[in-house]
Design a protein around this ligand. Structure first.
Ligand SMILES: Cc1cc2nc3c(=O)[nH]c(=O)nc-3n(C[C@H](O)[C@H](O)[C@H](O)COP(=O)(O)OP(=O)(O)OC[C@H]3O[C@@H](n4cnc5c(N)ncnc54)[C@H](O)[C@@H]3O)c2cc1C
Length: 403
């Protein structure tokens, strides 16, 4: 179910395993995806897929100073290439691996389970039968059961691809996080922090996006737009042409699904977004082949194995004990970060990117084995200034927000 990046990643791998796959989605997989997807280039290099990037930056930096003086404007160099996918090529590459499979353009309304098969009922009234159904219908799926969390933190961002009166970032540069707050007044400084994610797209156009990492309730698009405009105008920059606007909102701490349910999930529906960064596409590409292999193995080995058991094996492969533990650590980290005010957050990230590149990269891409992840977190604690350490221990109180 689905035709987003998660659905295409897992479908293509299932087809490659020689399974008999049916695909259903409300929108055709040929329709362009609405989001822009960014990724560290080395994540794609390790999968030999780097040619799917439309843009690639070598000059990748962040700003964690207060911005008021020379030192406050200092940039942190990441020394790692970052890229944006060519969405057309990305979709096409995945669809090519689906060997001509055609999608049923239907909206799933209900799913009925029995031991032998699952019945998927669509709003048209049509029914589809399968031994196993995989829900890749995104973060808001009503079909996947998970523990209740009344405080879902969401990443929110408002962005503009456009032309500006003067460059909002340096030529050929990608800015992961510009946290400099010197365009904010005292009241705004007490509000949940946000940063600028920005890049030079060439031909005189730029992408600038005001982003709130995670907040419950989420920061509104209006507030982010106001902040983006304040940030730009404090530098004397006006937007001259809007080519595209992006509204980004998705959950960062969606609880992991129950792993004993007969419906399997993949992607946003399976809580695969990295709780510390909000990234997911690299994980989809890394985890789909192994999940598809496991499903194929189980289905081919025993044609009579009940649906619930096939799904159970899928869940065990997707969310191994190791990955569940790592996810808990990331969730813990996110919870702490959400309690930081803007100055503490700047100080935290300044320290975080002082870690060796392989450590912060491994942390952000969820590629460090659990023991190493522990060590990196301890290392971070040991090099952090006292106020950040106290924050990490939950011993600082965020300044009261102005309502
Ligand atoms: C604006 C934005 C920018 C992002 N940028 C990045 C980024 O740079 N890098 C990154 O790694 N991650 C990014 N993310 C996070 C994450 O990767 C995306 O949210 C991603 O789109 C999730 O993929 P998905 O396939 O799980 O769900 P979706 O992309 O939401 O796709 C869901 C699919 O399911 C279909 N569907 C939904 N309900 C039904 C139904 N009932 N029946 C049938 N079909 C249904 C939809 O039509 C759609 O095809 C971003 C998210 C947003 C919102």
């Amino acid at each position: 179910m689905g035709a987003g990046p998660a659905a295409l990643c897992i479908t293509s791998e299932l087809v490659q395993q020689g399974l008999n796959v049916q695909a259903i989605a409300s929108r055709s997989p040929l329709e362009p995806w609405p989001n822009t997807y960014g990724i560290w280039a080395s994540e794609l290099e390790s999968l030999n897929m780097q040619e799917l990037l439309k843009y690639r930056w070598k000059d990748t930096v962040s700003f964690f100073g207060d911005g008021l003086n020379k030192k406050g404007n200092a940039c942190t160099n990441h020394y790692l290439d970052y890229g944006l996918f060519n969405l057309n090529d990305f979709q096409e590459a995945l669809l090519d691996r689906c060997n001509g499979l055609s999608w049923q353009i239907e909206t799933v309304e209900k799913i009925d389970f029995s031991e032998k098969q699952t019945v998927v009922i669509c709003s048209s009234g049509k029914k589809y039968l399968a031994r196993l159904v995989i829900d890749a219908s995104g973060h808001t799926t009503p079909f996947i059961k998970r523990p209740q969390n009344d405080e879902i933190a969401k990443q929110a961002a408002y962005g503009v691809v456009g032309k500006f009166s003067s460059p909002p970032v340096e030529k050929n540069r990608f800015v992961l996080m510009d946290f400099r707050p010197d365009h904010l007044d005292a009241n705004q400084l007490r509000e949940p922090p946000s940063f600028l994610y920005a890049m030079d797209l060439g031909d005189g156009s730029y992408f600038v996006e005001e982003t709130s990492l995670a907040c419950a309730p989420p920061v509104s698009f209006e507030a982010l737009k106001t902040r983006l405009n304040a940030r730009l105008s404090s530098k004397g920059i006006q937007v001259e042409e809007i080519i595209h606007e992006e509204h980004c909102l998705f959950p960062m701490n969606l609880p992991l699904p129950h792993r004993d349910q007969p419906l399997l999930a993949f992607g946003g529906s399976a809580s695969m977004v990295h709780p510390a960064s909000g990234y997911m596409v690299g994980s989809l590409l890394r985890r789909a082949p192994s999940l598809a292999r496991e499903i194929a193995k189980v289905i081919k080995k025993d044609p009579f194995l009940p649906t619930s058991k096939i799904a159970r094996r899928g869940w065990q492969n997707l969310w191994t004990t190791e990955l569940v533990q790592r996810h808990r650590l990331y969730q813990f980290g996110l919870q702490r970060l959400m309690s930081f005010d803007e100055s503490l957050l700047r100080s935290f990230f300044n320290t975080f990117f002082k870690l060796p590149k392989k450590d912060w990269y491994g942390y952000l891409t969820n590629t460090l084995p659990l023991p190493r992840l522990f060590i990196v977190m301890l290392k971070l604690f040991s090099i952090a200034p006292l106020k950040v350490r106290l924050g990490m221990l939950g011993l600082t109180k965020k300044k009261k927000e102005k309502t």
